[in-house]
Design a protein around this ligand. Structure first.
Ligand code: PCA
Length: 325
């Protein structure tokens, strides 16, 4: 009985396999962060889920660490159909459309729960912007809360004047300017080298990125200011999406929901784990001084107003929906 079952399964696998030989499509999926990063792991599971779920009809192959396209080129590569799918930190494209920066407004949403609520408020507007750019959103996962990294003790903005500050989007560059630092935009994949060679000497990011890039080799202090939780987004080229039949779309959507859920919980778990690892490797990990916190809050008010001005009614709507939830 059992043997028959095995033969049946083997036969079915053969069928699926032979069907896939003709129909199989390989989707290269560029990702910007290291293979060990939790977003990349979630992406790899998503890829496997789609490959298995479509019986190999679509085989997704992830390329983490900016190995296929660097972070800054991933969105354009998907838009123009150079690759069908990829993952990107959309706030890095806030200069194209202010809506992309809704997740990097200082001190608007500082916990995972609030980040989730803010995402619900912003999702329809973001999807519209993406659709206009030939992109279809599949899922989105937040990074852990953002804190400040330095190579010395810092108690106020006076202590940071003129530091070279590694930025990853408009908001991070603006915070640097407001604090009198000099921003330099560098992808996460490049930061270990940037810190080692002195191109940068401070940044705002999560414990997760500090851990992935072993920043304790160059930096000494992490202040948990919980400024915001930026998000990564997995997107498909709209033409590619439209060409899929309903059954295939259902599989991809199912895998995307699982990835969004798994990624969210991983991010929560990673927050304490990675901060613990920074401390274990000799870094100071703790809250910022009251003075620094109040200065950051002032920058936050300025930046919130600037964002609303840039994002107009659409932006105001996102904030109003979030605040009245
Ligand atoms: N890590 C990414 C974006 C946000 C984060 O926590 C980075 O530093 O590039």
């Amino acid at each position: 009985m059992l043997r028959k079952f095995y033969i049946l399964i083997a036969g079915m696998t053969g069928l699926i396999f032979s069907a896939s030989v003709y129909a199989a499509e390989k989707w290269d999926m560029p990702m910007a962060y290291s293979a060990s990063n939790f977003h990349s792991q979630t992406g790899a599971e998503f890829a496997q889920c789609v490959t298995t779920g479509t019986g190999g009809e679509i085989e997704i192959v992830t390329h983490p660490g900016g190995s296929l396209f660097s972070g800054n080129d991933i969105k354009r590569a998907i838009q123009t159909g150079q690759v069908p799918i990829g993952e990107r930190l959309l706030s890095a494209h806030q200069n194209e459309n202010a809506v992309f920066g809704f997740d990097s407004i200082p001190f608007l949403a500082t916990s995972f729960e609030d980040s989730d609520a803010l995402w619900e408020s912003a999702e329809p507007a973001l999807k519209k912007v993406l659709a206009d750019q030939n992109l279809h959103l599949l899922y989105s996962v937040p990074w852990p809360p953002q804190g400040l990294y330095f190579k010395k003790e810092v108690n106020s903005a006076v202590d940071v004047a003129n530091l070279k500050f590694r930025s990853y989007n408009t908001a991070t560059a603006r915070i640097a300017e407001l604090a009198g630092m000099n921003p330099v935009q560098i992808e996460a994949a490049e930061i270990s080298q940037a810190f080692a060679t002195g191109v940068a000497e401070s940044m705002i990011s999560s414990g997760s990125t500090g851990y992935d890039r072993k920043v304790w080799e160059s930096l000494t202090h992490f202040y948990e200011v919980d400024a915001w939780l930026p998000r990564n987004y997995v997107m498909v080229n709209s033409g590619t999406w439209d060409s899929l039949d309903m059954a295939t779309r259902n599989v991809v959507n199912g895998c995307a929901s699982i990835a969004e859920y798994a990624g969210y919980w991983r991010s929560i778990h990673y927050t304490q784990f990675t901060l613990g690892e920074l401390a274990k490797n000799g870094m100071f990990v703790g809250p910022a001084s009251e003075q620094l916190k109040s200065e950051l809050n002032e920058f936050g008010v300025i930046m919130t107003n600037e964002w609303i001005e840039q994002a107009g009614e659409e932006g105001q709507g996102i904030i109003d929906r979030f605040l009245s939830r």
